[in-house]
Write a protein that binds this ligand. Structure first.
Ligand code: R5P
Length: 343
């Protein structure tokens, strides 16, 4: 016998004379669900900027620590049925910020949020996206599993350390690129003698795209990693002689990759007036001193993670990713194309 069950888009009045219950969008979210944006403690200024771009305030949430360091969180407004976004880059302190995100998501799920999107402008633990040796973890996958177990329905990320991390999720991942921000920033410079450089092979794709946009030649510095935190340049491919190098990478952590690439470029005759662009300014201890070298003119990064005053160099330019994130969040909420933001 045919089932009399209504379809997913069926709606009926709650009681005579009442407004019909709005149809549900695919995924269980009501089509009239309110968009609510919350921010963890990892990068509040970015959260405020995103909210300003969206034109409404951040949702109210209390986040604090118990005496023993455990995380307490409480949403101070109803999220029932809401299209909830949590902005939280999992930058250092990585474990704290990741756990805080998981705890917030758990609270949202238990409070019946209709859909939960983790907005992760920086996705920590991504550097271990495969095993290099036996008995190692794949932490990029582990974090994906944790997020999904906690109740995340979607992820919005910016320049993941490796594209394959998207495949670690069984839920939709929208992967934004900061490349347009860097292209716009660089377009205002005198670039007639410039060359775009991938400071290691992992950055070739992004460097190629930037070179295409700026109509500049491309060079690649190949490096090897004698130990997990050290890189050494072994070969420069491409003509860099008497050219201004524009290095682009996703992350500056110790700045070792950038500095060893610059040394190699100098040895191949590049000009000592480089631009360095990187989406995520992690800036581990020693990185700021390393970037102070005279052959770098400017260092451009985004605000995906906070850059405290003591880590800011006069030659640092911080480009805001907030407009891009806000547009993507609005498009996700309205069920509109996110990839259209790249064209
Ligand atoms: C990812 O973007 C790349 O592997 C980077 O080249 C690397 O994470 C940069 O790290 P560091 O600044 O410590 O050399």
């Amino acid at each position: 016998m045919k089932s009399a069950r209504p379809s997913a888009f069926w709606s009926r009045p709650a009681r005579p004379g009442a407004e019909p219950i709005p149809a549900r969008a695919p995924g269980g979210l009501r089509s009239d669900a309110e968009m609510k944006v919350f921010c963890g403690t990892a990068n509040p200024p970015l959260g405020e900027e995103v909210a300003a771009e969206l034109g409404f305030p951040l949702g109210r949430v209390t986040i604090r620590r118990f005496e023993d360091g455990e995380i307490y969180t409480r949403f101070e407004e109803s999220v029932r049925g809401a299209d909830a976004f949590v902005i939280q880059p999992t930058c250092p302190p990585v474990n704290e910020n990741l756990m805080e995100l998981l705890v917030m998501v758990d609270a949202l799920r238990r409070a019946s949020a209709g859909r939960i999107t983790a907005v992760m402008p920086y996705y920590g633990y991504a550097r271990q996206d495969k095993k290099h040796a036996p008995r190692e973890p794949i932490t990029g996958r582990l974090v994906a599993d944790l997020l999904q177990s906690a109740g995340v329905h979607r992820v919005l990320a910016l320049d993941l350390d490796a594209d394959q991390i998207e495949g670690f999720f069984a839920i939709p991942v929208d992967h934004l690129r900061a490349l347009p921000l860097f292209a716009e920033y660089l377009a205002a410079k005198e670039l007639s003698r410039a060359v775009v450089v991938a400071p290691d092979d992992g950055a070739v794709k992004v460097a190629y795209r930037l070179a295409e946009r700026l109509r500049l030649p491309l060079a690649v510095v190949f490096q090897r990693r004698p130990s997990p935190d050290i890189k050494r340049a072994v070969q420069v491919v491409g003509d860099v002689e008497d050219r201004v190098p524009i290095l682009i990478d996703r992350i500056i952590s110790t700045a070792g990759t950038v500095c060893s690439a610059l040394d190699a470029l100098r040895q191949h005759g590049a000009r000592s007036e480089a631009y360095v662009c990187a989406t995520h300014a992690i800036l581990a201890d020693g990185a700021v001193a390393a970037l102070s070298r005279d052959d770098i003119q400017e260092v451009a990064v985004t605000n995906s993670v906070p850059t405290p005053a003591q880590k800011r160099l006069a030659k640092m330019r911080i480009l805001s990713a907030a407009p891009l994130l806000a547009r993507a969040m609005r498009n996700i909420h309205l069920n509109e194309s996110v990839s259209s933001l790249f064209t």
